[in-house]
Design a protein around this ligand. Structure first.
Ligand code: PHE
Length: 454
């Protein structure tokens, strides 16, 4: 049998490996860069509470659905639907996923590249004695350059490629097991620093005391989009990873653990950031620049800031890497199985294609800034289409597929592998994927598109 054949398909070798890889995918720029800034923009705790609701009622059941589809089919995102629903249009859901993976990794690599640059800026103490305005223009001038950000973006894509090309067990699983503990350690160190600052309390209040009057319809759509983005849902990442999970694994337990880990780390990132931001009297709602402009300002005033800023940007880069490998693997698995090519070629091909689109994302910050569609530059457009449209749409179809097309018997049969199925829990799961998840996604989605108001 050739290495590419399905009977010798890649597998994760341990329970811990499955969790490290899947949590590694979930925990990324979404948790550390995006979650704190959108929480800041949409008013803090009220946004957090809506987000938590979406995670529990929609995110968790869809994660379990993706794992189930993946393990049952033992195929890439597109092949999975082809196999489980032969001759039907369901395979386009997989197609949508591969397209989303392409888009997300293109801009993801750019932000990860900025993060590498900020490790270097931290090591060379470049934030010292700079005014907030100087730090602002330092960031803006950097991302608008046509050269350096692209060099870092391409370096990051090469790092991602280097891991994925090795394979599932010795690449993805092994590096996730090394990098995830480092990530957790760094975030805990940063948390202790933040909450021991004078004036930290105000930041914690901002994060945990909700003021629902601040919540907007747009905030609710962003909370939903972000729940998908943060848990790596709606585009087949966890279908692909699920296809490498062995039959002895308890899928429901794994989904729960990964969801809890991702959510906890997002909150811990908020706890590392908001108390520090408030302690130095800075505005929390600064948008995408929060970690690249506001935080350097915090670090240069904070005792030990030189050291903590290196740690922070290292954290951001590591988190991005364990996620980017999972996004690349969606495309690689698709290329391998659908185009029947070897992992090595598939990885090089996918990386090259995505990196090229990424170059345009990077250029859209400066040189191509004026080229906009719906008022968004290329980078923001890919971010918006993928997170707010493709992922929720993918999630909608995945939940409909499991809830309506597959039905209770098949779900029970797959979930019973490696676990005892508790009948009422199964009923709750089916109710959520059948009605709650699709209903909520449809409402929030249509509202976000301005179809109606509530
Ligand atoms: N979940 C990752 C993050 O939070 C991003 C991601 C999205 C990864 C979609 C895979 C699929 O940064």
């Amino acid at each position: 049998m050739s290495k590419n054949s399905l009977s010798s398909r890649d597998v994760f070798t341990s329970r811990l490996g499955v969790i490290a890889a899947a949590a590694g995918s979930a925990v990324g720029l979404g948790n550390i860069w995006k979650f704190p800034y959108i929480t800041g923009v949409y008013g803090g705790a009220a946004f957090l509470f809506v987000y938590l609701g979406f995670i529990a009622l929609i995110g968790l059941p869809i994660m379990l659905s993706e794992f189930t589809i993946g393990r049952k089919s033992k195929s890439n995102a597109f092949g999975a639907f082809k196999k489980l629903a032969p001759g039907s249009p369901w395979k386009f859901v997989g197609m949508l996923g591969v397209a989303a993976a392409f888009m997300i990794l293109s801009f993801y690599g750019v932000v990860a590249g900025w993060s590498i640059d900020y490790i270097i800026k931290s090591v060379t103490d470049s934030f010292a004695s700079k005014s907030p305005d100087e730090l602002d223009s330092m960031f803006t001038q950097f991302i608008e350059q046509p050269g350096l950000p692209i060099v870092y973006q391409l370096s990051f894509m090469l790092m991602t490629m280097a891991i994925v090309i090795i394979g599932v067990k010795d690449g993805i699983e092994k590096y996730a097991k090394i990098l995830m503990p480092i990530l957790i350690l760094i975030i805990l160190v940063l948390d202790v620093r933040a909450i021991t600052l004078d004036g930290a309390k105000e930041g914690l209040n901002f994060l945990f005391h909700p003021d629902f009057s601040k919540l907007t319809g747009e905030g609710v759509l962003s909370a939903l989009g972000h729940a998908f983005f943060s848990l790596s849902l709606g585009m087949g990442t966890l279908i692909t990873y699920g296809s490498y999970i062995g039959n002895q694994n308890n899928l429901a337990k794994t989904a729960l653990q990964v969801t809890v880990a991702d959510t906890l780390i997002a909150i811990l990132a908020g706890v590392a950031i908001f108390p520090a931001v408030f302690a130095f009297g800075i505005e929390p709602s600064s948008g995408p620049g929060l970690v690249f402009i506001t935080l350097p300002n915090v670090f240069q005033q904070m005792p030990g800031g030189f050291f903590f800023s290196i740690l922070f940007f290292l954290l951001l880069t590591v988190a991005a890497l364990t996620s980017s490998i999972s996004i690349l693997e969606v495309v690689v698995a698709y290329f391998r199985e659908e185009l029947k090519i070897k992992r090595k070629l598939a990885t090089i091909l996918a990386t090259a294609m995505i990196a090229i689109v990424g170059v345009f994302c990077s250029l859209s910050m400066g040189l191509l800034k004026e080229n906009t569609l719906f008022g968004l530059n290329f980078f923001d457009l890919l971010d918006w289409i993928s997170a707010n449209m493709l992922l929720p749409l993918g999630g909608l179809f995945i939940s409909l597929f499991i809830g309506w097309y597959w039905g209770r018997e098949k779900i029970e049969e797959e979930l019973a592998k490696g676990a005892g199925v508790v009948s009422w829990l199964l009923s709750v799961f089916i109710f959520l994927v059948k009605f709650i998840a699709p209903g909520a996604i449809a409402i929030v989605f249509l509202h976000g598109l301005g179809v109606f108001n509530f």
